[in-house]
Design a protein around this ligand. Structure first.
Ligand SMILES: [Zn+2]
Length: 148
């Protein structure tokens, strides 16, 4: 049994992700959220500090594949900043932010969370998921951090 994974993110970062999704519309966008993981008691909390855009090499409206070059560049930047890769994000331009069958197939069991922004032009909505060993998508909590 794994511990619950939550994500702390600012509204500004969510807006950045939505902006990316709108720029790539009608194709899916994809990227990475970097930050720090804090483990306390029975909880794992990811604190987002940077949004990294990746390039969807499929340039598709229904799926994404992060290009190797953009992923390599981001991995280097994460290392330089001392950040961990917390989340892979992507958009579902005209559907709900639920993990699709294809999304689940693409994942090989890991510690990452998956953030999806859905219905980006009509009713933007975020979904946060963690995928367990049985390839089941478990919804996770997105906590808004609004700097005062
Ligand atoms: Zn998807």
């Amino acid at each position: 049994m794994s511990i619950p994974f939550q994500l702390l993110i600012s509204e500004g970062f969510l807006n950045e992700i939505l902006k990316h999704a709108l720029e790539e519309f009608p194709c899916e966008c994809c990227g990475v959220l970097g930050g720090q993981i804090k483990v306390q008691e029975n909880e794992k909390l990811g604190v987002v500090t940077t949004v990294y855009r990746l390039h969807n090499s499929l340039e598709s409206e229904i799926e994404f594949l992060s290009s190797a070059e953009s992923m390599l560049k981001t991995t280097k930047e994460l290392r330089q900043k001392g950040e961990e890769m917390l989340v892979i994000y992507h958009s579902h331009p005209v559907s709900f932010p639920r993990m699709s069958k294809k999304d689940l197939e693409m994942i090989d069991g890991n510690n990452l969370l998956h953030l999806i922004v859905g219905n980006v032009k009509t009713m933007p909505e975020f979904g946060l998921w963690w995928v367990n060993e049985q390839k089941k998508a478990i919804p996770c909590d997105l906590i808004l951090n609004n700097p005062s």
